[in-house]
Design a protein around this ligand. Sequence first.
Ligand code: ADP
Ligand code: MG
Length: 262
Amino acid sequence: MAQIFCIANQKGGVGKTTTTVNLAAALAHIGQRVLLVDLDPQGNATMGSGVDKRAMELSVYDVLLESASIAEAAVVPDKLKEVGAGYAVLGANRELAGAEVELVGEERRERRLKDALAQVSADYDFVLIDCPPSLSMLTLNGLCAAQGVIVPMQCEYFALEGLADLTNTIRQVHANLNRDLRLIGLLRMMFDARITLQQQVSDQLKAHYGDKVFDAIIPRNVRLAEAPSYGLPGVLFDPAAKGSKAFVAFAEELVARGLREK
Ligand code: ADP
Ligand code: MG
């Protein structure tokens, strides 16, 4: 049975997509079978994994509208195979923005992804869902399908406030739609220890959330930002970069946590 995690934060630009693609690559690198699901119509995780979002035959849109299964729509990108670290991608593009409207009035509309994933759960160790920066029907599909939420965040002044909104949402989905859902942890993203404010917010995070704060910290690292233009996760584009090594450490931490909780 796969562990299914949403990478979510209603704020844009905090590093959700960067986390999803690099965690997928890092988990694959340490021998895990991974499916990445792109739930953002921008399709950045799709492109960042080496899949051309404009040329896809089937996408997560078809899965949500139940005209295709995940087994039919997911692909292992050639680019990833070439560098010897494959994970499967269920891609997204602008078409997905329409799903929101098309699902209105449909039955089980927030459970479409959950039902589709149930059919392939045995094929993967991890399913990582990249969520859009909103609490839309798309994000709700992610939260209904997942057992856990990973929250990438920057250690900035208003970060704690935003977190309260997100943990509230998780609580509501837990109460009403998905009893399995829980907060897995907070990932400090684009961290720069030289900035006093970031260190202070990081300390506050630890004080409030304790061991829900992952030990792994992802530093600000330009190689992670450059990698998407090559259609590769940073972890594969430049394995020696500080940011890439941090993601491998994060993947190892996640796997170890899963084993400990079993
Ligand atoms: P989100 O999916 O939350 O909107 P992204 O993952 O797209 O956020 O990241 C926003 C921007 O920050 C992107 O340009 C990305 O390349 C850059 N970025 C993300 N993480 C890092 C990092 N650790 N170091 C440097 N740049 C980063
Ligand atoms: Mg994104």
